[in-house]
Design a protein around this ligand. Sequence first.
Ligand code: HAM
Length: 425
Amino acid sequence: MQISAPRGTNDVLPDQAPAWRALERAIERLCAQYGYRELRPPIFEHTELFQRGVGEATDIVEKEMYTFEDRGGRSVTLRPEITAGLVRAYLEHNLHQGPQPTKLWSIGPGFRYEKPQAGRYRQFTQWDVEVFGSLNPAVDAEVIQMGIELAGRLGLEGLVVRLNSIGCPRCRPAYREALKAYYRPHLAELCENCRSRFERNPLRLLDCKEDRRFVAGAPRTVDHLCDECREHFAAVQGHLRRLGVAFEVDPGIVRGLDYYTKTVFEVTYPPLGAQSTVWGGGRYDGLIEELGGPSTPGVGFAMGMERMLLTLEKSGRRLAAPEGLDVFVAPLSPAAGDAALELLYALRRAGLAADTDYLGRSLKSQMKLADRLGARHAALIGDDELAAGTVSLRDMATGEQRSVPRGELAALLRAELGPPAGGRD
Ligand code: HAM
């Protein structure tokens, strides 16, 4: 019996991996330029971290977590997102005692037991960015602009930035009451999910996917903000305008995690269809305290790497040229085998991308293979070359061939090809 991959997981195949690495490299460069440092938390944590961090009344905690008891009897969970783990690490390693704000980034897998479809998986990959320790609205704008900057560098157009403010513990209770007062007469008409949200998490009523009838007329968070939240929201918008980031204020953006305060945002690429949110985030000024730390504000976002790659593909952007070999070493007789291997090792030591045939193929099949491997040159060693200490160096594009002393091949190719393959962008 053949075993297949679990539903909702993906294999990144060799033809796809270069695009992943190119995206990761662009992100690494951007983060360094913006003063962010990488932190890699583990991919499983104690279950309580997500229950308290993401929130008990969220879809994620209620229905989607990969939670299990380990052999020591502790409940652990494969992380459904990266923010909570970064907060835990920030506190556990006393990063809050260093200079603030602490600006962090991370890339890695997340796990949610969702119904798989295009752009929605059970294992996915997030690029996560967090800033701990600043209330400054310029920081909200910085993290929103970062993703836009990345998209711009990759040549993407057509992304839509939606912005909202959902207030703070001071102004939200009154808003929540206004929302409930609006929905109360319609309770019987709401979907089952929303009826349970009504008491437990009324803001999520605005995010109902099943029935949007009542959403348009619902009270808006932006009309119920306290002075501090209103000023903060206006300042974020001012900074975004100065940064040249186009956005729309969308009172329907409430986000699916409980920790947000004030700014929330989502960036969509509409051609992706149902799962068009490429990234989203916002401010969470109560989360760090909720997780046992000192009262410390925070703001950040996470981008779905798969969705970003889908966006690039849909818009016809190619991130990376296929990787190829600098040279394919082709032994043409059994006697040439050892000399071919010696040459292969010398070429690799010189930093060239080189490979050979291990199956005793004919010249014709070796050239076919060299083509498939994207080799720019082939170095042929038959009995004549073996005796003369040379190779016949074939240019794979033109088919031209010339004789080159074996000992000089590495230097000659290095001079022609420039920096070694491992260092090429
Ligand atoms: P989120 O909106 O749940 O936010 O996820 C962020 C992004 O991760 C989504 O926009 C999407 O691109 C990707 N994503 C989420 N679930 C899946 C899935 N099942 N399949 C594929 N992609 C997915 C958060 O996770 C927050 N921690 C973001 C944040 C960071 N807020 C503040 N800091």
